[in-house]
Design a protein around this ligand. Structure first.
Ligand code: ZN
Length: 278
C-alpha cells in the first residue's frame, strides 16, 4: 500500500509522512529530503550525518531545524552509529540526546532504536538504504531502523518487531509500519554474494533478473515489507514510498549515484508527551 503524504512544516522543511501513522496523533514523525537546511557543496543542503564529512555546525543547525519542525529541541535527538548490523537498542529516558551534538556519545554499532518514552526523537540516517518506522499505537512504542542490504538480509525488520514485543509487549499485528524511500530496483544492480542472501523465502520476490550474467536488481523495500509480514505485521498496515533515491537526487542523497560524495537524510519519530502512560 502506497499512501504517502508530503508534509511541509512551519520551518519550511519538507517531510515524507505515512498517513496511517500520522492519523493516530500519537507521534511526530517524518523522513527528510535534501531540501532546506544549511549545508553546501556535496552535502547541500539538509545533511544530518556528522560522519559524512560536512561541517559539524551545519549538521547541528540542520538537526535543530528538524527538531523544531517536530516541536522539540535538539536535546531530544537520539541516534546510533550505523554499521549495517542487526543490533537494536532500547532507548531509556536517560539516553535522551545521545548522539545529538556529536557522534562520540551515540549508541555504538546500532542500526535500530526502540523506545516507549515520550519526547525522545529516534533518528537514523540514509543515502540509499531503507528507512523503517514502526509504531505500536496500543502501548505506545516506536522503532526507527536503518536497513541496508546487509541489515535487511540479517532480518533487522523482524528483529525490531521481536525486540518491541519483548521490551514493551507489542503485538506484531498492532504495528503500523512505514518503509521510506531507498534505492529502487530500477537502479540497484547487485551481484551473486548479495543475491545469495536474498534467496530465502521470507524476503519474497525481491530480486529481478538483470541482463548481465550473475547480476540481479534488488528491491529493498519489498524485501523489508516481506520480512515484516513474515514477523506478523498485517500487510494492510504497511505503507511504502515508491520513490528511488538514486533516480531522484533532486530530492534525496544517493550514495551510489553520487559515488559516496553526498550527505545523509534522516528518518525520525518521537512519542508525543501527551500520550505518556500514567
Ligand atoms: Zn532508480
Amino acid at each position: 500500500m502506497t499512501d504517502t503524504a508530503w508534509h511541509q512544516a512551519d520551518t519550511g522543511l519538507l517531510f515524507i509522512q505515512f498517513s496511517h501513522i500520522a492519523a493516530t496523533g500519537l507521534v511526530e514523525h517524518g523522513i527528510t529530503t535534501r531540501t532546506g537546511g544549511f549545508s553546501t557543496g556535496q552535502w547541500a543542503t539538509l545533511n544530518v550525518g556528522y560522519m559524512a564529512g560536512d561541517q559539524p555546525q551545519h549538521v547541528r543547525a540542520n538537526r535543530r531545524l528538524i527538531c523544531e519542525s517536530m516541536g522539540l529541541t535538539l536535546d531530544a535527538w537520539t541516534n546510533g552509529r550505523q554499521q549495517h548490523t542487526d543490533h537494536i537498542e532500547r532507548v531509556a529516558a536517560e539516553d535522551r540526546g545521545r548522539g545529538a551534538y556529536s557522534s562520540e556519545d551515540c549508541f555504538p554499532g546500532t542500526d535500530g532504536l526502540i523506545t516507549d518514552q515520550p519526547d525522545i526523537l529516534l533518528a537514523a540516517f540514509f543515502a540509499d538504504c531503507t528507512p523503517l518506522l514502526l509504531l505500536d499505537p496500543v502501548q505506545p512504542a516506536i522503532g526507527v531502523v536503518h536497513a541496508g542490504w546487509k541489515g535487511t538480509a540479517k532480518g533487522i525488520a523482524a528483529r525490531t518487531v521481536a525486540e518491541m514485543t519483548e521490551a514493551y509487549g507489542t503485538k506484531p499485528e498492532d504495528i503500523l509500519a512505514g518503509i521510506g524511500p531507498s534505492i529502487g530496483p530500477c537502479c540497484y544492480e547487485v551481484d551473486e554474494p548479495v543475491i545469495d542472501q536474498f534467496a530465502d523465502a521470507r524476503f519474497g520476490r525481491c530480486l529481478q533478473p538483470a541482463v548481465a550474467e550473475g547480476k540481479a536488481f534488488l528491491d529493498l523495500v519489498e524485501a523489508n515489507r516481506q520480512c515484516l509480514i513474515h514477523a506478523g505485521v498485517n500487510p494492510t498496515k504497511i505503507q511504502t514510498v515508491s520513490l528511488c533515491t538514486s533516480c531522484r537526487t533532486d530530492l534525496f542523497f544517493s550514495h551510489r549515484k553520487e559515488q559516496g560524495r553526498t550527505g545523509r537524510l534522516a528518518a525520525v519519530m518521537a512519542i508525543k508527551n501527551s500520550t505518556r502512560r500514567r
